[in-house]
Design a protein around this ligand. Structure first.
Ligand SMILES: [Zn+2]
Length: 438
């Protein structure tokens, strides 16, 4: 029986039922159970991704490194930085500033995040090489002066790719410190997100709570419509963001999406008088702060921990939301924002019956048509993996979506996507409400 109970604890609740029936009828236990394979990872996941027990990670040595003549300075002493080492390699034509980037732990998906400051005592052009451990270059470098953290620009000159997955490019440096990063690093801090509703004029309507803490004691924030006493009557919309630190385009789409839900126009006001918003803007604050490629500070992919909840970040959200599954509340939909190499919806399979059935399949054409240049596609999945979307479905019986935004979208495209997606979602949910009342 001990063997059985250990086996039961490592499989999904669905499989558990199948196995139990077979044990009672005797005999075919192991053979029959193996016909319903538990989820073990997507094609791009490293092995054992669903083993979400704490792992060792590599912390960066935070410092300023100087070399060469004129002197070149590289720093990782800021939030979101990632530089494992830096040095000057001499070359026949030109010396190269090598930036070595290692992940927080391995194996890990190919999402090598980097962010550093660079400056020099004297203005000159340098050749930079980004060299990754166990990964290939993915994110186009972006620049900003540290005196203007909101104004980021794409690298204009061409990037040369090497067969080993590294890249090199030229940049002009000088006494003014500048960031070079995989994506803009502002606003990233928990402090900025604590202030966000207030600084965007939503302070009177949005309640900001700390529902728990990360491993390294950073708040897990919840933004929620203020009128908590009213939520029993209303539909609830759940929003999740930034489980994976480098996925900035998904995160920024979420912010624009949220801003649009909070609009002052008739549509947004009608929406908010009928639907209650509960949002988790920053699920992985340690990973973002520490410049991680994907994991939290115990080396775990949080979006594979929504079954056993071994990590405090996912556990906090589960504990905050689970009371809403007691039958008095009406969770209507959940959206988890991410980034990947394309614009894609990952809905729950059409065959699966959900609260508002096939809501994602009905919403998708509006998002795709409002953003034709983004070439959105949709690919359905079985709700069998331990990810946020499937937990929403399993807990509330409602439809839910993983909303993937392409890594390299312009700020304008991200804004337009976030706004238009919020508009069509509000219209559709309001239509649902009318239909339900008839
Ligand atoms: Zn992701």
């Amino acid at each position: 029986m001990k063997l059985y109970s250990r086996f039961f604890s490592s499989i999904t609740s669905h499989n558990r039922q199948v196995c139990l029936l077979i044990v009672l009828s005797g005999g075919l236990f192991l053979y029959s159970c193996s016909t319903t394979e538990p989820f073990s990872g997507y094609s791009y996941d490293p092995p054992d991704v669903t083993d979400t027990q704490d792992k060792e990670i590599l912390y960066q040595n935070k410092r300023v490194i100087g070399f060469g003549q004129p002197r070149i300075w590289i720093s990782n002493e800021f939030s979101g930085a990632r530089v494992s080492d830096a040095w000057l390699a001499s070359g026949v034509v030109q010396d190269t500033v090598v930036i070595r980037i290692k992940p927080e732990n391995a194996p890990i998906n190919n999402s090598p995040w980097y962010a550093f400051q660079i400056w020099s005592d004297q203005a000159h052009e340098v050749l930079i090489r980004l060299s990754y451990e166990g990964a290939r270059h993915r994110y186009i470098p972006k620049f900003a002066s540290i005196s203007d953290p909101t104004n980021w620009n794409l690298l204009q000159d061409s990037i040369s790719y090497s067969v080993d997955g590294s890249v090199h490019f030229n940049v002009q440096i000088g006494a003014d410190k500048q960031w070079i990063a995989a994506h803009p690093i502002h606003p990233n801090s928990v402090e900025a997100l604590q202030e966000y509703p207030e600084s965007h004029g939503f302070g009177s309507e949005i309640l900001v709570d700390t529902i728990g803490y990360s491993h390294n004691n950073r708040p897990i924030l919840q933004w929620q419509s203020q009128d908590a006493a009213e939520i029993e009557k209303e539909g609830l919309l759940l929003l999740f963001s930034r489980q994976h630190p480098p996925e900035v385009s998904g995160y920024r789409s979420f912010l624009y999406f949220f801003n649009r839900l909070m609009g002052t126009d008739e549509l947004a006001q009608a929406f908010r008088s009928n639907f209650h918003i509960v949002a988790y803007p920053m699920m992985n604050p340690d990973g973002v702060e520490q410049g991680h490629w994907r994991h939290n500070s115990k080396g775990i992919d949080l979006n594979r921990d929504w079954e056993f909840f071994r990590q405090p970040e996912t556990r906090s959200v589960r504990d905050a939301l689970s009371p809403l599954a007691d039958g008095r509340y009406n969770v209507v939909y959940g959206i988890d924002f991410h980034s990947t190499n394309e614009n894609v919806f990952y809905p729950i399979n059409e065959e699966v019956i959900t609260g508002i059935d096939n809501f994602t399949q009905r919403w998708f054409p509006y998002v795709a048509e409002a953003n034709p240049e983004l070439n959105f596609r949709s690919e359905e999945f079985e709700p069998n993996s331990p990810i946020a979307k499937n937990w929403v479905y399993k807990t509330f019986g409602t439809d839910a979506l993983t909303f993937e935004v392409a890594d390299e979208l312009s700020e304008e495209a991200i804004q337009s996507l976030g706004r238009s997606a919020a508009e069509s979602l509000m219209k559709l949910l309001l239509e649902e409400l009318v239909a339900a009342e008839q």
